[in-house]
Design a protein around this ligand. Structure first.
Ligand code: PEP
Ligand code: MG
Length: 324
């Protein structure tokens, strides 16, 4: 982390017009955790637990899962860590998992779909999370939710695991907060209904953009054609943010489009107030927040959102430059 950003890590993450924008960071390994302190991020908004599943040649044991989660929590101190349960499949494949012959694995058997079908995979993970967070708050988030009912299915599995631990008189978390990731157009469209069923939501913009544009996130050729600064995509996000904000359920954005400051500014403009980003972008993002007038940015975007063009990137960049 660059020295000039380190010196700014305690500065308020507040726009020029006084809007607070919370900044958390993405992680996946214990090695990432020191960046919390170095960047001044408020917590881990996305801990990708599947990394541990992908590096080994077999399923990690409950004990090794629990050890990783406990270490992450210990290293985070008072800051929250939101564990995303394993999203295996799509772009993240484990050699020992048989997905059958899927022509479109990104749209295949992954995330909560797999968890609900194979409780034998998710229940040990939930057990590991519950014991690692004993005596503290457990924040757990479920990937690739498509329909509101999938939250009920996964909650049932979690409740069963909590009952099991209780029967065995194991110490439990003081509180369990559950979240759903909004990563498909279907879940974004019904985000208000999903919001009613959870404690928090997080937009996985990498997958959401992939499915909004029907453009493979790993295909450079198609990625180049579709910019998240597309006015249609921005209005889609704005609609989702507004729907959710009426429910009072907090919503974050953890997609990595925030690596680009122009897009990050637009996300603030469409109303996102809580972000989780790769550690390297926390400092630059805080600086951006502090330079921005959120209300004026929102107004500029509103008046340009019905444009038919491919992207608002260059005009919005000009606007940002002119507004200092
Ligand atoms: C996303 O889809 O935006 C996300 C944060 O999850 P991942 O990149 O791990 O799929
Ligand atoms: Mg995703």
């Amino acid at each position: 982390v660059e020295a000039s950003y380190v010196s700014e890590k305690s500065l308020a993450s507040r726009t020029k017009d006084g809007e607070d924008v919370a900044i958390m960071m993405n992680a996946g390994l214990a090695l990432d955790m020191p960046f919390l302190e170095q960047t001044g991020a408020e917590g881990v908004g996305l801990f990708r637990t599947e990394l541990q599943f992908l590096i080994g040649s077999q399923l990690p044991s409950v004990a090794s899962q629990e050890a990783l989660y406990r270490e992450a929590l210990d290293l985070a101190g008072d800051k929250p860590v939101i564990f995303r349960t394993a999203d295996i499949g799509g772009d993240k494949t484990a050699p020992y998992m048989d997905h059958g012959n899927e022509v479109n694995p990104a749209m295949g058997w992954r995330g909560v779909r797999m968890a609900v079908d194979r409780p034998g995979l998710i229940r040990p993970q939930l057990r590991a999370l519950l014991s690692a967070a004993a005596g503290r708050t457990l924040w757990v988030m479920f990937p690739f939710v498509t329909l509101p009912g999938e939250v009920d299915d996964i909650r049932e599995l979690l409740d069963r695991e909590i009952d099991r631990s209780r029967r065995r008189e194991k110490e439990l978390p003081n509180d369990v907060k559950i979240g759903a990731m909004i990563e498909t157009p279907a879940s974004a469209w019904r985000a208000d209904l999903i919001a009613e069923k959870v404690d928090f939501l997080s937009v996985g913009g990498n997958d959401l953009a992939q499915f909004y544009f029907a453009a493979d996130r790993d295909s450079e050729r198609v990625q180049r054609r579709y910019d998240p600064m597309n006015p249609g995509f921005l209005s889609f996000l704005k609609n989702t943010v507004e729907k959710v904000s009426r429910t009072g359920t907090p919503l974050s954005y953890c997609g990595e489009q925030t690596a680009d400051p122009v897009t990050a500014a637009a996300l603030i403009g469409v109303g996102v107030r809580l972000f989780s980003l790769p550690a390297a972008f926390v400092g630059p993002f805080r600086r951006l927040v502090r330079s921005l007038d959120a209300k004026a940015t929102a107004e500029w975007l509103d008046s340009n959102m019905s444009q038919p063009q491919v992207t608002l990137r260059s005009s919005f960049r000009e606007y940002l430059k002119d507004s200092g």
